[in-house]
Design a protein around this ligand. Sequence first.
Ligand code: SF4
Length: 714
Amino acid sequence: VPAPERAAPAVKTTCPYCGVGCGVLATPDGQGGVAIAGDPEHPSNFGRLCSKGSALGETVDLQDRLLTPMLDGQAVSWEGALGAVAGGLKKIAEKHGPDSIAFYLSGQLLTEDYYVANKLAKGFLGTPHVDTNSRLCMSSAVAAHRRAFGADTVPGCYEDLDEADLIVLVGSNAAWCHPILFRRMIDARTARGTKIVTVDPRRTQTGEEADLHLGLKPGSDTALFSGLLTHLADAAKLDRCFIDEHTAGFDGALERARQIAPTVAATARATGLAEAEVQAFFDLFAETPRVVTAFSQGANQSAQGTDKGNAIINCHLATGRIGRPGMGPLSLTGQPNAMGGREVGGLANMLAAHMHFAPEEVDRVRRFWNAPNIITGEGMKAVALFEAIEKGKIKALWVIGTNPIVSMPRADRIREALAGLDLYVVSEAVATSDSARVRGRKTVLLPALAWGEKDGTVTNSERRISRQRAFLRAPGQARADWAILCDVARRLGHGAAFAYPNAAAIFREHAALSAFENDGTRDFDLGGLAEIGERAYDAHLPMQWPVPKRGPEARKGRPRLFADGRFYTFDQRARFVAVQPPALAQAVTEAHPLVLNTGRIRDHWHTMTRTGKSQRLSAHRAVPFVEIHPDDAARHRIADGGFARVTTELGSAILEVMVTDGIRPGSIFAPMHWSDMTSSNGRAAALARGIPDPVSGQPELKATPAAIEAVAYR
Ligand code: SF4
């Protein structure tokens, strides 16, 4: 237990939950507690916090914390634990090759932690297998950005929501999952009459508040936006000038769109919507210049997620609605630092600093890091990586800041597979997380600092880099993730490359690697921060990248990209993409006639290791549940408030029944938060097979064939 602290003034930090990235004022009480308020000066939230952010003070106690390193279930010294990790990695690399080692990271990590993990694995251990739970979150949006813009770049910013006249939300329950951003949308409606349209098989809280809700068939988003592209062409609503001067591939994309959805009637048939609904949406989009289309997990967590993103972007490119105030596609990231992970290259298909594997990029990173074992090609993405563990191809796995036993598809199979690892390392703040309770042949648990104890940066959905600052003492023997990684690197003989005195030094190196002066084909440049000193880093104000070294944006950042119509492709033209017709990866069957959709609820976060501590948050939805349409409930003799067993090919969960006409007939919905640690038989996410998108590797978590039956539950 740490020594009592002195009461201190408010510390400016950033909420650790969703990708909105709200500024928080944290005032420690000197007894280990903290009072929480929104930061009125933070440009993402201007002082507002949602239910989760407001309850942060209820979640900082030390109950269930991992406070001591553990080796095979026994408390050990840091010396013993780090020696076991370094020794194990060395032995496995020598015996099976470095690519038998994998890292699984998290959008919860700070950018500095992410950077060091990525550098150690890809530059020094020599393994390409570094992926992250962000693969489950927004990797389809990343892939769509790269295909359309030549780089993974979010064009717009939150101010566009304030200035839009139409906001289209695709696969997003923003009212629950990005609540402060949704309040901004509602404010825009009040201030300027902005219309809100939701596109989602479920009529969620967001849909309830929308001007028009399109409850389309699961997986039919590409048909809707193909129909829209066709309509824009037929109604002469294209921006021909923009298409001709700044894009390529329009004719092929339009031809494909006409094949998929040639008319309003065909779009209605393909999406299961009424023709009048489709027509109303098309007219609104066509007639409203200032449109933002925000898309999130409902679009991304799909075996066609990348095409869904590109179908949306196609419509913005066709109308030239990008790079200007109040216009553009806007990917809403789920996690607080999904974007930071992308910046440092912490995904299996990236190398570092938004660079991939062109020979000159590999050479640049090798020289910059002075890295002896730099990798030269992509590693395995999350789904393939865990399958490789099942097949015994991966011998050592280091999980940092995430809980794959709950969140990964096919999680039960993964739990069994982890037991076969020669070395299983978990850097964790929570001793009781499901993933910390699994045992490999050798298991090392490393106590990590949690929110409020660690220092670094995060980047939100609009590319805004904000500081997370420590305001609580480090408890027990917990340490920063980057410091743990550096200690292992030193034991492996790479001390010189990992001799960082603090997080600021890591950030400086990260910013310097990202600086591409005089290179118009790069999207990500932090050259203006590459020499930032400790004091300036500590005082860093939220700013949006790029932050170049010279010019008007130096040290200020840029809110909106592509204002000049120049993109990051070799010819500086954006690309239209001819998308595939909609099709679910797994069709329903007689045995599994319903489509299971999984997702978040308002007051819990991921696997509940933090939000589960707050009684107030837990009261919102106390038990895991399943939503079902009244017609399906009647057919299956299931009563509202009773219990039902939901079964897929992979197993079953027992869930409380909520009968609602907010869900389409033929579909059911269950939240992803509960685990074996927080409920008995309530785990829903593990029921998904998670067939990945062929481009992004993001698994399908929105459409799993399932059966349902009533159960008597005592
Ligand atoms: Fe935190 Fe997101 Fe809520 Fe803001 S909207 S307070 S970032 S959970």
